[in-house]
Design a protein around this ligand. Structure first.
Ligand code: FAD
Length: 461
């Protein structure tokens, strides 16, 4: 028998989806108890390991998440790898409901020859490297070339381009890792081309990220006028956010700048530019077949127009010389437990309003639910929706919460048997304090610990 007959919900993953789901559940029902299990010893998912270091304002959501974690009906168990340390079925036995919100930790590959050459990285790894993700610590990307090609034109691609070209003076007061800062200080990269398979009207970035690129000190844009044929004519018919984005793009690419901007551009030592209507065909190697020497791009044309336009091959190709290729063509969720339904084509857990199909008591939220698109606000809304489904199911008795469940009691026992020692939120706060202290000493908001071992050591002090 269990002391409290409260409904117990387990959440897998402590990114925005996990925390926003927990927040809504705790608020919606005064009796729900929520336990969050996280693979890493540290919380917050991509807010810590994805969001660019020069976007500190975006990371303010951590304050809200911390409030949730400190709520009396919420507990955090870090350093627990669900699917390995404990199975989803075991969690389902211990809890009335299980919400999967473990994000999208896989990577879409380009699927072209040469992809494995030195000098080719996924944006996911590159971002993980500059943000201190333990598994990417040893990436040591080779930044000894002049031109880098970023494949993809979404916000992550622009983050990567911006970090590659950002003046060190700006970066050194962010929470970028010291390791990355030192590497970027030695970087020879002066030119970054941001390549997309479709045109200026189809780019996947948002205006904030484009504006940051346009305003990045010590850089100037280098576009290809021919890519913008017909865009001016089409701009007025575009829907609102797209219209403003396209206007900024046109202005940057086509307008003769005012005197001040001309002066700024003339002095700039670094260059960035979009390259449109291009798809990767092959990463080209140097004569020794060791390193990246360039990339062969297929030249596309558009079939149709607007958001739904398709890129079709013209049969022509173009080679671009570069020593660094970063592919930013998307994150991808992975299955973590064979017992959980998984749509491998769409790379999501199949669900209706967050209810996993054919699995009572199992839910999903965040990027695992929707696929890896959208900003934190999007993730928040879809996580609230999932929490609403859980509450609805409790209220309608579709989910039986009348019988007590052991919750963390039985899971803690299982983990103990298996030699897994969870990191509690108060342990994370020790890590947090150390990182903040280390940062303060060098004028940064934080200097992250870079290995799981160091994190665990600090947590157990
Ligand atoms: P995640 O944040 O990935 O969280 C998933 C969590 O689950 C992680 O903590 C992970 O460690 C954990 N986990 C994984 N596997 C397991 C397991 N087996 N067991 C237990 N736990 C597990 N949005 C903005 O609004 N502004 C930005 O500036 C911005 N920048 C971004 C930059 C990048 C590079 C990326 C990739 C995204 C960015 N986003 C930004 C989007 C934002 O990060 C996402 O919308 C959001 O993080 C998705 O939340 P999530 O909880 O679904 O996934």
């Amino acid at each position: 028998s269990f002391s409290s007959g409260n409904p117990k919900v387990c959440i897998v993953g402590s990114g925005p989806a996990g925390f926003y789901t927990a927040q809504h559940l705790i608020k919606a029902r005064q009796d729900v108890e929520v336990d969050i299990y996280e693979r890493l010893p540290v919380p917050f998912g991509l807010v810590r390991f994805g969001v660019a270091p020069d976007h500190p304002e975006v990371k303010n959501v951590i304050n809200t998440f911390t409030q949730t974690a400190n709520h009396s009906r919420c507990s955090f168990y870090g350093n627990v790898n669900v699917g390995k340390d404990v199975s989803v079925e075991e969690l389902q036995q211990a809890y009335h409901a299980v919400v999967l919100s473990y994000g999208a930790e896989g990577n879409r590959s380009m699927g072209v020859p040469g992809e494995d050459l030195a000098g080719v990285y996924s944006a996911k790894d590159f971002v993980g490297w500059y943000n201190g993700l333990p598994s990417c610590r040893e990436l040591s990307p080779d930044l000894s070339c002049e031109t880098a090609v970023v494949l993809g034109q979404g916000n992550v691609a622009l983050d990567v381009a911006r970090i590659l070209l950002c003046p060190l003076d700006i970066l050194k007061s962010t929470d970028i890792t010291q390791l990355a800062l030192e590497a970027l200080a030695e970087s020879k990269v002066r030119r970054v081309l941001i390549v997309g398979r479709r045109g200026p009207v189809q780019v996947a970035c948002t205006i904030k990220e484009l504006r940051e690129m346009v305003n990045l000190p010590d850089t100037r844009p280098e576009m290809v006028a021919a890519d913008f044929e017909g865009v001016q004519e089409a701009v007025n018919d575009l829907p609102r956010p797209r219209k403003r984005l396209t206007e900024l793009m046109l202005k940057t690419a086509m307008e003769v700048p005012g005197e001040k901007e001309q002066e700024r551009r003339k002095k700039a030592s670094r260059v960035w530019g979009f390259r449109f209507f291009r798809s990767p065909v092959e990463v080209l190697s140097d004569p020794d077949h060791k390193r990246t020497a360039g990339i062969r791009l297929a030249i596309n044309m558009l079939e149709g127009s607007g958001e739904s336009a398709r890129a079709v091959l013209t049969g022509e190709v173009e080679d671009v010389t570069c020593g660094l290729v970063i592919s930013s063509i998307g994150y991808k969720s992975l299955p973590i437990d064979a017992s959980v339904p998984f749509d491998s084509h769409r790379a999501i857990v199949p669900n209706i309003m967050g209810r996993v199909q054919q699995a009572t008591g199992l839910y999903c939220s965040g990027w695992l639910k929707t696929g890896p698109t959208g900003v934190i606000a999007t993730t928040m809304n879809n996580s609230f929706d999932t929490a609403r489904s859980v509450v609805e199911d409790m209220d309608s008795r579709r989910l039986d919460v009348s019988a007590g469940k052991p919750g963390s009691q039985s899971i803690s026992a299982l983990l103990d048997e298996r030699g897994v020692k969870p990191v509690l939120f108060s342990d994370w706060e020790k890590i947090d304090a150390l990182e903040t202290r280390r940062g303060e000493a060098i004028g940064k908001p934080r200097e992250k610990l870079l290995t799981v071992e160091e994190m665990l050591l600090e947590a157990r002090k």
